[in-house]
Structures are given as C-alpha cells and as structure tokens.
Design a protein around this ligand. Structure first.
Ligand code: SAH
Length: 213
C-alpha cells in the first residue's frame, strides 16, 4: 500500500496541488484506503473522487491537498469542518492540529457512523463528528480559527462567518454547477477574499443557510 500512496503524492505534486511538506506528511500518515468503501478499495490511491454512501463522495485527493494547504493549519488551531463525509479530510486536519480537537458536522447519520468507524480504523482520536445542519455552524464551540466547507454553497452561510475568530480563515467552494474555491479572511470583523480558483465540482450544501432539500 505504501508505494501506492507515494505515487498519489507524486501525482498531486506534479499537478501543483501539493507543495507543503507538513500537508504531504499529514496525507501520507492518513492512508486513504481506510476511508473508501470496500467495493472501491482498488481506486483508493487514484486522484479521483469516489462515491461513498447516500450518493455522497470522498473528495478528490488533489482538491483535499489544495484546500488543506490554503487553510494554513498549524498545531493548536481550532477547526470546524462542514460535511464530514468519509472523514478523510478531518483526519488530515487532525494530524496537522496535533493535540487539538477538530469538529466536523455531517447531515446524514449514516455518514456520521461511516466517518467515525473510518477514524477508528485509522486510529484518529481527535475528531469529533456531530450529526446536524452545518450551515448553522457550532455556536457552543465557537469561535474557530479555521472553517472548511466541503460542499458547494451559493454563498457562505452567515453563521459561519460569525463563528470565525478575528484573523481566522474560511475556505469554501462557492457556486452552482462548477464552483470557485474561495479563501476568506476575517480581519477587524470584516471579511475579505484572499485567493480564488475556479473549476471545482462539489456536491451541494443542503440546509437552513444552504440549498433547499
Ligand atoms: N469532507 C468529506 C467529503 C465531503 S462531501 C470527506 O473528507 O470525505 C460533502 C458532505 O457534505 C456530504 O457528506 C454531505 O452529506 C455533507 N453535507 C451537505 N450539506 C450539509 C450540511 N448542511 N451540514 C452537514 N453536512 C452537509
């Protein structure tokens, strides 16, 4: 398995989606085969998204790498993810924050269980998966230094900007059919765009401050 994961890392580096050694190590230490459904195991190290349960997906590795790098994660930062899915993204974040807890909200209870059992397999202990509507954020644990939305939204749900620390970063795919990944920074309680990149395809963010069911 190990050389397969090295091949994937090489592909992502070649595409320019992976430049940081910290992120590379976190990905290498979080084998993707623990997070893909059994019937897709042979595709675990291809740079493609994979359908999980309920027609949801585990994101494409190079997209996970790109978003993780832009989020500038350091040990000790408090992170909220919207859309736990397979749990792979939150597991990578969990490595990067070291001992801090990562919070991840998922709307499908079946996927909450899937992510939790994948974390057990991969021996990830510092992620807390919460079943609920992530467009509301997680007020009781706010504020967060970093927020990552892993589903497509028309605009970032307002509660998530409210729950971001001053100086904090939020990354989200914004748009309908194809999305622009946008990195936002909150400074002096104002939100500004830091970086944008067009051409991503995520599944929709469904909830009170997202798309209708
Ligand atoms: N980050 C995941 C991939 C996410 S796919 C991984 O690492 O595998 C997007 C996920 O967002 C899906 O699992 C979907 O069920 C979830 N989702 C969509 N709208 C949501 C909402 N309002 N709150 C929480 N999760 C949501």
């Amino acid at each position: 398995m190990h050389h397969k994961s090295d091949d994937l890392i090489r592909v992502m580096r070649k595409k320019g989606f992976l430049t940081s050694h910290a992120v590379e190590n976190a990905i290498r230490e979080t084998p993707r085969h623990f997070f893909v459904p059994e019937n897709h195991l042979d595709e675990a190290y291809e740079d493609r998204p994979i359908e999980t349960k309920k027609l949801q997906t585990i994101s494409q590795p190079s997209v996970v790498a790109r978003m993780t790098e832009w989020l500038d994660v350091k040990p000790g930062l408090k992170i909220l993810e919207i859309g736990a899915g397979s749990g792979w993204q939150s597991a990578i974040l969990a490595r990067l924050v070291s001992l801090e807890t990562v919070y991840s909200i998922e709307r499908h209870s079946e996927l909450v269980e899937f992510a939790k059992s994948n974390h057990r397999k991969a021996q990830i202990k510092n992620v807390k998966i919460i079943h609920g509507d992530g467009t509301l954020g997680l007020a009781e644990m706010a504020p967060f230094d970093r927020i990552i939305i892993t589903a497509a939204c028309e605009k970032v749900p307002e509660p998530l900007f409210d729950q971001l620390t001053n100086g904090g970063l939020l990354i989200a795919p914004v748009g309908k059919n194809l999305q622009t990944v946008v990195l936002y920074r909150k400074k002096d309680n104002k939100i500004s765009e830091e970086k944008i990149e067009y051409g991503y395809a995520f599944i929709p963010l469904i909830g009170k401050f997202g798309y209708a069911e």
